[in-house]
Design a protein. Structure first.
Length: 161
């Protein structure tokens, strides 16, 4: 890890075409629908909608950062963006594997300032950047660990190791 480069956060991402036209109000989120809605809340998917004109389906995968909640989500499927407080991040593909980037951001210490904005704190951070092959390996292992935790399947995890 000591040999990894660290990159200033603003240099790790690139602009996306995602805008307000992709957002849906909380009141318009349904229990069922064609497309999942991803917002800044704790739940990975906050609900569903059939609003096809709001779907984000290009330039995937993306990382969603909850500006108020500090929640991070790796999204690799077409979705609709929840209302305010979400930052859509696209890692620089020349520098980062998207899944590794998500895990790298999860490892950063971003102090909780309550229901205030946290993106300014994220912009001050440096992100570790090992070589891409190593990023993919790390992301693969962390993905297995994350699935084992989510499923409560410790036996599966030990079997993998």
């Amino acid at each position: 890890m000591a040999s990894w480069r660290y990159i200033e956060f603003p240099e790790t991402i690139r602009r996306t075409t995602v805008g307000r036209e992709n957002q849906i109000l909380s009141a318009d989120i349904q229990a069922t629908g064609r497309f999942p809605v991803v917002d800044q809340g704790q739940a990975f998917i906050s609900g569903y909608s059939d609003a096809v004109e709001r779907v984000i389906g290009d330039d995937l995968p993306l990382v969603i950062f909850g500006d108020h909640t500090r929640c991070l989500k790796h999204v690799d499927f077409p979705f609709i963006l929840g209302a305010d407080g979400t930052k859509v991040l696209k890692p620089e593909e020349d520098l980062f594997d998207a899944k590794f980037f998500y895990y790298a951001l999860m490892s950063l210490d971003i102090p909780n300032r309550g229901y205030n904005r946290h993106f300014t704190l994220l912009k001050e951070k440096k992100v570790p950047r090992p070589e891409k092959d190593e990023q993919r390996k790390i992301a693969g292992v962390l993905g297995v660990v994350q699935r084992a935790i989510e499923l409560g399947d410790v036996v599966y995890f030990y079997h993998f190791m």
